[in-house]
Design a protein around this ligand. Structure first.
Ligand code: 13P
Length: 279
């Protein structure tokens, strides 16, 4: 069933666990994630990057993701990841998104507040919750890996924007880490405290050691994003199918291995964050 961001995050908050948010790229990655969620009886978020929304592929993938969410027997939120502007936000709302991230984290504090608030006000009348970001979460190749979200800034940001969850920079980054990251768990706790318990979001979920993820959830992380691992699982499954001497030329048959591979990855992450059996 299709649910909105604040509902699914509220489930995690109440149960003290975390919702896995998988980036999806095509129908096969949607199928792998939804199959895993059904099998594990888990609430999940499927989300798309702005790149997909701004290119032709969004026109096809958004309706497919929405149909999958509606058809699922477990709660599924269809979410925009890292929405950089109003055009992406409005396009995704038009396509039926039930969660929106407005990422203005590269702007200065006042602009980040203003641009995020604008989207919260746009989404509120239609019941769509908004994720904000404070402290810019870059790529593993950036120089900014040692910059962190300030708890006092986070508190003011949450109060002034009205976001329903907040992405924070606590030693995480997008992409495959060069060495296993050490998250600043005390900072996660401090941000939770300073913000009066806002549900926190951990981006860059691919490659964070399991024990770090569990400690982060215990400290207040309620949504964890996984993108790179979904891509790698899809690529591995496709390669296995290609290498199979008995492979079928039928594309739907051929793609089954990629779907299974994404399903296995999603199952592993669902169990890691404790979302299994919660739907
Ligand atoms: P990874 O690609 O590092 O898993 O990060 C995904 C993410 O945070 C999407 O916003």
């Amino acid at each position: 069933m299709l649910v909105n961001l604040q509902t699914i995050i509220g489930m995690a908050e109440k149960g003290g666990y975390c919702i896995p948010a998988f980036n999806v790229y095509n129908i096969e990655t949607v199928m792998g994630v939804i199959d895993a969620a059904e099998q594990e009886r888990a609430p999940v978020i499927i989300q798309v990057y702005p790149r997909l929304i701004n290119e032709e592929v969004g026109f096809y993938i958004a309706p497919a993701a929405l149909a999958a969410a509606r058809r699922a027997s477990v709660p599924v939120c269809f979410h925009l990841d890292h929405g950089a502007g109003i055009s992406e936000v409005s396009r995704m709302l038009y396509w039926g998104a039930t969660g929106i991230m407005r990422d203005a984290s590269t702007e200065d504090f006042e602009n980040n507040v203003r641009l995020t608030r604008e989207v919260v006000d746009l989404c509120a009348p239609i019941g769509v919750g908004v994720e904000g970001e404070i402290g810019h979460i870059g790529s593993v190749n950036d120089e900014t890996m040692d910059e962190f979200t300030d708890p006092a800034d986070a508190a003011e940001f949450v109060k002034r924007t009205g976001v329903c969850c907040l992405a924070v920079l606590v030693g995480n980054a997008h992409g495959h880490y060069k060495k296993p990251p050490k998250l600043d768990i005390e900072r996660i706790k401090a941000i939770r405290e300073s913000t009066g318990g806002i549900p926190l979001v951990l981006h860059g979920g691919s490659g964070i050691p399991d024990e770090e993820v569990r400690a982060a959830i215990a400290a207040g992380i309620r949504k964890m994003n996984v993108g790179t691992d979904v891509c790698c699982a899809f690529a591995d499954g496709t390669k296995r199918a290609l290498d199979d001497p008995k492979r079928s030329i039928g594309v739907d048959v051929f793609m089954k291995s990629a779907i299974e591979s994404v399903k296995a990855l999603a199952t592993e992450k669902i169990r890691l964050v404790g979302a299994n059996g919660k739907a």
